[in-house]
Design a protein around this ligand. Structure first.
Ligand code: ZN
Length: 327
């Protein structure tokens, strides 16, 4: 096993949040935001819950946003310290005006701000999850141009992640001393770090905010459940698992999530972290051209497929106009 310090996280893999209404979630993320639905499946630990995956064409690490939906558990949580507190996308600088207009036409309010010398468009999803689109000139990723949003305006994946904790020091130390991240810049209570296994650029950042005043976050719909960091292969994952354990951070066994292999641990500020492999990816059980079209049931639940399917609300093709009507 490779336990050397060279085993490195390369950047963001996915963010998983909780939705109160799966159809509205599809309408918003696949319809209005134009992300590709890349997988429609159920929670590996609880097949009564939908697990909806959005991303770019193939669901590359760093572009994957996923949602759980538990029937009967639609109550909203509260966004706050101890959570990922925003989903932050990258787009071409020229696209920000397009997004302002598009979001306004769906009744979604936006605010412009500047942070770390970058133009940021802030808004929220229908459950109140804070979202941002950051104007990034230097990002070679293409996003998904096969939906309603033209390729030149497409969201290209996550730019950074935003972790809010009451006391930032311990979270920052885990990132820098164990996970290999390096400080890029700091402005007030926000610090930006870059992943060790990549250049300091969009998709490889994470921001840590220390906020001892805000009321702690409460899990539920409208909040982010966890964040996953990407590693290239199983060997790197095992090396990081050993490194985390040696540094005193309890970490799970490797779990087979079909599309990637994962380990889980909780950082000192309370946020659930996951390390996920870039392989094998989403094309293992359906071709790239058909990703996300049909419900995929993990193999261990195959025998219960009919029951699982019957309990989940059916999903129609994305249509953001349904969101505009509700707004
Ligand atoms: Zn995950």
């Amino acid at each position: 096993m490779n336990t050397s310090a060279s085993a490195q996280i390369t950047g963001l893999h996915h963010i998983t949040a909780i939705a109160s209404d799966p159809q509205r979630n599809v309408d918003f993320y696949a319809g209005l935001l134009g992300l590709r639905m890349i997988k429609r499946t159920v929670n590996f630990d609880d097949p009564s819950a939908y697990h909806l995956y959005y991303g770019d064409e193939t669901g590359r690490p760093g572009a994957i946003i996923t949602f759980f939906y538990w029937p009967g558990h639609e109550a909203l949580g509260r966004v706050g310290p101890g959570q990922n507190t925003a989903i932050v996308f990258s787009a071409r600088p020229e696209a920000l005006g397009y997004w302002e207009t598009r979001l306004a036409s769906a009744g979604v309010a936006t605010v412009r701000r500047v942070r770390f010398d970058e133009d940021v468009l802030s808004f929220a999803d229908p459950d109140g999850i804070p979202l941002e689109i950051v104007a990034v000139a230097d990002d070679a990723r293409t996003g998904w141009g096969g939906g309603e949003v033209p390729a030149e305006h497409a969201l290209r994946g996550m730019h950074t992640a935003e972790l809010t904790v009451r006391v930032a020091t311990k979270t920052e130390r885990l990132l820098t001393e164990v996970m290999g991240y390096r400080l890029v810049k700091r402005d007030g209570a926000r610090a930006r770090f870059a992943a060790p296994g990549a250049e300091a650029r969009s998709g490889h950042f994470v921001d840590v905010i220390g906020d001892a005043e805000a009321r702690p976050g409460v899990g539920g719909a409208g909040t982010i459940h966890h964040i996953a960091w990407s590693v290239p292969d199983d060997e790197t994952e095992l090396a990081l698992q050993a490194r985390l354990a040696a540094a005193g951070h309890p970490v799970s066994d490797v779990r087979d999530r079909d599309y990637f292999h994962s380990i889980y641990y909780r950082e000192p500020g309370g946020i659930l972290f996951e390390i996920a492999t870039a392989k094998p990816g989403f094309a293992i059980d359906e071709p790239v051209e058909r990703l996300g079209e049909k419900l995929r049931v993990p193999k261990q639940f195959a025998a219960a497929r009919a029951i699982i399917e019957r309990r989940l609300p059916p999903l129609k093709a994305p249509d953001w106009h349904r969101i505009a009507v509700k707004a």
